[in-house]
Design a protein around this ligand. Structure first.
Ligand code: FMN
Length: 301
């Protein structure tokens, strides 16, 4: 099985052994001065192929198309640590804002697909790459999805209005509904009234696209993988001229009501971890927003 994942051209291999040093699973070893697949449990990370000076190794499951972008030209060359300007990177990270005011301008599918590809440059636990991406490419799709979320919260608010039920559940140790009532009920009620009345979209902020990031079964760290990919997408979106906003309310609704994901064609096997609203921002900031103080702790051993 490992042999099918990695192809080594023995004629090209010069026996330098670099592949054996970077392989995290001990899959490759040197034999008679040549690299060979000898065991371990290959996770297809591609490190062996990336380090080989002879280009003698190929990881068969790595799809080159995933590193080819339609809307910009990506530098192919590997950047060693310290070779990318930190100042520009931090400026990008700190300038990204959660956008809550999108214009009506649609987002090209090619941009959305490039964002997905940028998302999957993120690390994943045991390189499982078990993430899934569902693209809502238009305002129509986002509105229809938002309608399903609104229906879920409408029902939840109706249930939360039942004081006796809330208190009974709290008494038997299920305080979730009561907590929801005190923290969210009023906000959601106001948002739903605006949604049903003036058609104002307080959930997706009028975004013209969205990407839903989930996971297939079998990943070791599915939520972490998805959120790391999501952060890549948020940063890249800013860089590509788009606004973005994580929509936690949509994730919460999908986790509680599986019929929502089925309604938008996502298999019940998938678990949803992030919903990202995307579009062209109608916001302009004068400066970077900043953060509250955090004091690091040290442990000296
Ligand atoms: C997990 C998560 C869920 C979020 N859900 C929502 C949401 O449902 N609606 C919204 O407007 N913003 C949402 N946000 C955005 C946060 O409110 C925002 O990140 C925070 O206020 C800081 O602002 P900034 O992103 O502009 O730095 C979410 C952020 C995270 C990380």
């Amino acid at each position: 099985m490992q042999r099918n994942k990695i192809g080594i051209d023995r004629d090209l291999c010069n026996g330098c052994g670099l592949c054996t040093t970077v392989c995290p699973t001990g899959t490759i070893s040197l034999s008679d001065g040549k690299a060979e697949v000898s065991g371990g449990d290959c996770i297809s990370c591609g490190h062996c192929a990336a380090v080989c000076p002879q280009e003698a190794i190929r990881v068969t499951v790595i799809d080159d198309e995933m590193s080819q972008y339609k809307t910009f030209i990506a530098e192919k060359q590997w950047l060693p640590p310290g070779k990318h300007g930190i100042s520009g990177l931090v400026q990008l990270m700190a300038s990204r804002r959660s956008c809550r005011c999108f214009t009506d301008k649609p987002v090209d599918r090619s941009i959305l697909e490039d964002l997905m590809k940028i998302g999957i440059t993120a690390p994943s636990g045991t390189n499982s790459q078990a993430w899934t991406f569902t693209i809502l490419p238009s305002r129509k799709a986002v509105t229809s999805f938002a309608g399903q979320i609104a229906t879920y919260f409408g029902k939840l608010n109706t249930t939360a209005e039942k004081t006796m039920l809330r208190l009974f559940l709290k008494l038997i140790g299920k305080g979730e509904l009561d907590d929801y009532y005190h923290s969210y009920y009023r906000k959601i009620k106001a948002a739903l009234e605006e949604w049903h009345g003036a058609g104002k979209d307080r959930l997706f902020h009028n975004s013209t696209a969205a990407i839903i990031v989930g996971s297939k079964p079998g990943a070791s760290c599915p939520a972490e993988d998805a959120l790391l990919a999501a952060q890549n997408i948020l940063l890249a979106a800013h860089s590509m001229g788009l606004g973005s906003c994580l929509i936690g309310y949509a994730v919460a609704a999908m986790k509680k009501d599986p019929s929502i994901q089925q309604a938008i064609g996502i298999s019940s096997e998938e678990e949803i971890h992030a919903v990202i609203a995307l579009g062209y921002s109608d916001e302009a900031y004068q400066r970077i927003a900043g953060r509250r103080k955090v004091i690091p702790k040290y442990w000296e051993g």
